[in-house]
Write a protein that binds this ligand. Structure first.
Ligand SMILES: [Mg+2]
Length: 367
């Protein structure tokens, strides 16, 4: 191990304000800023890895957890022993008295950085390290406004992305004919009564899935709503670790699984969730947010699992975490597919000056 002994762990909370003219209103309010937490892990021989911990709507707190408790747990360990680092943090923080989801977000960023280090040290792109191959992965266009607007303007916003090749898009109107797969996301805003009213109509539009009608922990409502329509229920971006996915799978109500690498316990845990799901013949359509790091890592992951589905492409306007913080995380081809990067590890360059220039903005992101 020697050279890959972990010498430092540092998290950078970062934010940028959303221009009011680009701001969208979701069920949870109007977006005023975007946040992210970037995790840098350094090793004795100079190999450095980058990962993303989801901000958990309080990026300063997640970064503080990484920079204090997590750092002390992880420094001195072998960066190659990713399972060992994961287990240590799990035992000390997640399994017992350790801020629950917050600890899982922090661990996710560290885990992703360790895989980046491993790929760089072995001079392999992450997808090869994970046992995958470079293959076209279908992308869907996430983030089409997702706001309250009339169907015509929503369709107009979607049009260039459909013309660019995307075969699936998150929106609720059938403007582009039967070829287009339409996926809907309620962002946890439904009641059971809403789901009962909406699902037959979504079936009529042949919608591909209904995502997160309810909060992640509202298992009973998911069980109830699964009876209301043919379309599958999707969730997972707010489910943590294989232990929560185990219950989701056994309940049988949610059949489209959407773990987020920056939330659910990193790449290590997402691989375990994918293996668990594969034994139930369930597909994995990962959620992606917020930065190009998570996006690129997710494509590597999809290239290496046997039950991978769509890559959630981020087509939101002016996402500096996708366009400025890192080198290009992915390109969509004319058929709406993406390929994993060929650089070592995750394969991205990160601009550390960006982190200095965009310190965290405290406070809620939606008002
Ligand atoms: Mg969602």
């Amino acid at each position: 191990m020697s050279g890959l002994r972990i010498t430092d762990v540092r998290a950078y909370p970062t934010s940028f304000p959303v221009d009011p003219k680009d701001s969208v209103t979701l069920g949870i309010g109007r977006a005023v800023k975007r946040d992210a937490v970037i995790v840098k892990v350094s090793t004795a021989d100079g190999v450095t890895g980058w990962g993303e911990a989801h901000h958990g709507r309080c990026p300063g707190a997640v970064a503080h957890l990484v920079n204090t408790t997590m750092k002390q747990l992880v420094v001195g360990q072998d960066a190659n022993d990713i399972t060992g680092v994961w287990k240590k943090v799990y035992d000390k923080q997640l399994a017992s008295h350790g801020m629950g989801a917050g600890a899982c977000l922090a661990l996710s960023g560290i885990d992703m950085a360790l895989w980046d280090i491993r790929g760089k040290a072995l001079k392999l792109p992450l997808y090869k390290l994970l046992g995958g191959r470079s293959k076209p992965i279908p992308a869907y266009a996430g983030g089409v406004s997702l706001g309250y607007q009339d169907s015509k303007s929503l369709a107009e916003e979607a049009r260039p992305h459909v013309q660019a090749g995307y075969k699936a898009i998150k929106m609720v109107r059938k403007t582009f004919g039967d070829e287009l797969v339409i996926l809907t996301d309620a962002n946890t805003g439904y009641t059971v009564a809403n789901a009962r009213a909406a699902m037959p109509a979504l079936d009529e539009l042949d919608v591909g899935w209904l995502e997160e009608p309810f909060p992640a922990h509202d298992y009973m409502s998911y069980r109830e709503a699964a009876r209301y329509g043919r379309l599958p229920l999707a969730a997972g971006e707010n489910h943590y670790t294989r232990f929560e996915f185990n219950r989701v799978i056994e309940d049988g109500a949610i059949t489209i699984l959407q773990p987020d690498l920056s939330k659910t316990g990193g790449i290590t845990e997402a691989l375990r969730i994918a293996a668990l799901a594969s034994s139930w013949k369930l597909p994995i359509h990962p959620h992606t947010s917020m930065t190009g790091l998570n996006m690129a890592a997710t494509i590597h992951f999809l290239a290496a699992i046997e039950n991978g589905g769509y890559f959630e492409a981020d087509i939101s306007k002016n996402n500096l975490f996708r366009d400025k913080l890192v080198s290009t995380p992915y390109k969509t081809d004319k058929d709406g597919n993406v390929l994993p990067l060929e650089g070592h590890g995750i394969g991205l360059e990160l601009d550390e000056d960006f982190l200095q220039a965009h310190p965290v903005i405290e406070g809620p992101a939606y008002v």
